[in-house]
Structures are given as structure tokens and as C-alpha cells.
Ligand binder design. Structure first.
Ligand SMILES: Cc1cc2nc3c(=O)[nH]c(=O)nc-3n(C[C@H](O)[C@H](O)[C@H](O)COP(=O)(O)OP(=O)(O)OC[C@H]3O[C@@H](n4cnc5c(N)ncnc54)[C@H](O)[C@@H]3O)c2cc1C
Length: 290
């Protein structure tokens, strides 16, 4: 594993924006992850974690410190009798969703269209179609970015709610996640439902252009996309960033957008929705380097 200097993070986010990381590494083992955390400590620099970069707006400027990308820390162990699944944090959610369906395990069919990692899903409490990660997560194995100590946290200890977890308040790196799924289901039906779920999303969301999925959290009793669409904002753009014509809660990078274009567009949407409805839309996407 190399620790590289000044690596463009635009290649590591689904929005395809972001400036260079001062230091960057892609570990493939726990040993390498621990080495990187100790290295950052010895250099007295910050560490930040990225998974698949599918919920991240990274600033255009240099991102100081060490960025650890966990996309290559993959692998999972699936027990088709007990329904227990242990997945490394870099395992892609769509891959895991397909693999567990093939093993006859029910509970992850909704995740097939979410292009994040298992660690990112645990951090964000990712969800779809009324399901979310915390419904099936039993525990995580994590490591402190400050102290370097390793520990386990149960689902209860992670204080999950809608797209929120305790992990968002702490400086922990999620190493692996233990899921409990329902064993003994018909593999053919599970595969069919999983494929249908993916197709439904491909039909209703802009998968053909770089995006970060839904930009805003849904406010209580409302849908962010409907509020934005009702103001006629579909197709509205700043620089290369555009409110998707397919789904108004998506901002797509339609022409070399910068993080600044996207940030400005987020502010404009917030202002217009606040003026018309008195509701402040809160971003679901996480920001790095702002
Ligand atoms: C087309 C599209 C559709 C989407 N649809 C959905 C959807 O239906 N539902 C949904 O919930 N989301 C959706 N998303 C958003 C996104 O895929 C999820 O939030 C996903 O869980 C993010 O995972 P990630 O690995 O990409 O995390 P990243 O974007 O890389 O990181 C997000 C946050 O998690 C932290 N993080 C990531 N991995 C770790 C780790 N191992 N340890 C500690 N912290 C970590 C990062 O520091 C960052 O703060 C969609 C995105 C796209 C592009």
C-alpha cells in the first residue's frame, strides 16, 4: 500500500468533484488501516474516511491531512443457515445485496441500488423503501481515529434514527459490520425482487449522470423532492450543477461542476423552499473540507 501525495478526490466521489487530498491511501487489510492511523498520529495530521464517496461533497481546495479510502477493504462471510453476515466496511452494498439474495437470505433486497459501501451505510443509516441499515445491523467493529484502539458497538449503542447515527458525532473508523438477516427464503424470489428494486430506481432516478443521490433529508410529513419540484426548479442550474429533470432532490453534475457550483445550488434551493414554505431543508450529504 502506498501513501500518495496530492491525489484528486474527484475520482473517488460519485459526484466527480473534489480537490486533491494532501495524503491519500487505499488500505486492503486491517493491518494497513492500523498502520495508517498510527502514521497520521505520528505526523500529527488529521485523518478522514471515505467509502465509495456516494454521499460526499468534497471542497475543490486541497484537503489537508490523510484521506483513507476504504473502497478496497472488501470481503464478506455469509452464513446461509443462521443469517449472520460479517462484511468488511469497504464491501459494496449492491454486491452484498446480490450475494445474500443468492444465499437465500432476506433483508437486503432494498440496498441493491445504493452505490455505497457497508461502512458508509452503517455511518449514514442508509435506507430505501421504508427499510434502513439499522433494521438488520447487529453490531460494528470500529477503531478510534484518535486513540487507535479497537472496539465493538451494538446496534443500541449506535443511537440510530432517520439517516443518523452516533458515528456521525465521533471520530471512529468502521472496520466491519455484522448483520442478521432472515435465513431460508427462496433464492429465486429474492433475486427477482432485488432486480425489480434496481429497475424501479433506474426508471425513477438519474443514474446516467454523476450525483450523490438525495441531497436533502425529507422534512417531517413532507418530501424534499416534491417541495423543490413544486417551485418549478427542475433543470435549474448553477455552473455545471443542475437540479435533475428526473428527480428534484438530486443535483447532477451535468457539465464539469465544481464543489462550489453544487454548494451554491444547495443554498439557492434552501432559500427558495424557506421563502415559499417556511421549511429549512437540511442536507443529507456530508461535506468535507469546507
Ligand atoms: C445514485 C445514488 C442513489 C442513492 N440512493 C440512496 C438511497 O436510496 N438511500 C440512501 O440512504 N442513500 C442513498 N444514496 C447515498 C449514499 O449511497 C449512501 O448514503 C451510502 O450509505 C454512502 O456510503 P459511502 O460508502 O459512499 O459513504 P461516503 O459517501 O464515502 O461517506 C459518507 C460519510 O460516511 C463516512 N464513512 C464512510 N465509510 C466509513 C467508515 N468505514 N467508517 C467511518 N465513517 C465512514 C464518511 O466519512 C462520510 O462522512 C445514493 C447515492 C447515489 C449516488
Amino acid at each position: 500500500m502506498k501513501i500518495q501525495e496530492y491525489v484528486s478526490l474527484a475520482n473517488f466521489t460519485t459526484w466527480k468533484v473534489g480537490g486533491p487530498a494532501e495524503w491519500f491511501a487505499e488500505p486492503t487489510t486491517i493491518h494497513e488501516i492500523k498502520y495508517l492511523i498510527n502514521w497520521a498520529k505520528s505526523q500529527q495530521i488529521n485523518c478522514q474516511i471515505i467509502g465509495a464517496g456516494s454521499n460526499l461533497l468534497i471542497n475543490d481546495a486541497i484537503l489537508p491531512g490523510l484521506t483513507i479510502c476504504l473502497k478496497k477493504f472488501q470481503g464478506s462471510a455469509i452464513n446461509s443457515n443462521t443469517g449472520i453476515v460479517e462484511a468488511n466496511s469497504g464491501e459494496p452494498l449492491p454486491t452484498l445485496s446480490r450475494r445474500v439474495a443468492k444465499a437465500g437470505l432476506h433483508g437486503l433486497e432494498w440496498a441493491v441500488g445504493i452505490p455505497g459501501t457497508v461502512g458508509g451505510a452503517a455511518f449514514m443509516n442508509a435506507g430505501a423503501q421504508g427499510n434502513c441499515t439499522s433494521d438488520i445491523l447487529q453490531s460494528i467493529q470500529a477503531i478510534s481515529l484518535k486513540g487507535g484502539d479497537e472496539f465493538k458497538l451494538s446496534q443500541k449503542e449506535l443511537n440510530y434514527s432517520y439517516r443518523k447515527s452516533r458515528l456521525q458525532q465521533e471520530e471512529f473508523l468502521v472496520l466491519s459490520v455484522r448483520f442478521k438477516l432472515e435465513a431460508g427464503h427462496d433464492k429465486h424470489s429474492l433475486n427477482k425482487v432485488t432486480t425489480q428494486n434496481l429497475q424501479q430506481r433506474l426508471n425513477s432516478q438519474p443514474y446516467d449522470l454523476p450525483s450523490c443521490g438525495s441531497v436533502f433529508r425529507n422534512p417531517k410529513d413532507n418530501k424534499a423532492g416534491q417541495l423543490i419540484e413544486s417551485l418549478g426548479l427542475k433543470g435549474f442550474r448553477i455552473g455545471g450543477a443542475e437540479i435533475s429533470k428526473v428527480h428534484a432532490n438530486f443535483i447532477v453534475n451535468s457539465n464539469d461542476a465544481t464543489a462550489n457550483d453544487i454548494s451554491q445550488l444547495i443554498l439557492v434551493i434552501q432559500e427558495k423552499v424557506k421563502q415559499s414554505y417556511g421549511i429549512l431543508l437540511l442536507p443529507e450529504v456530508k461535506k468535507l473540507g469546507f
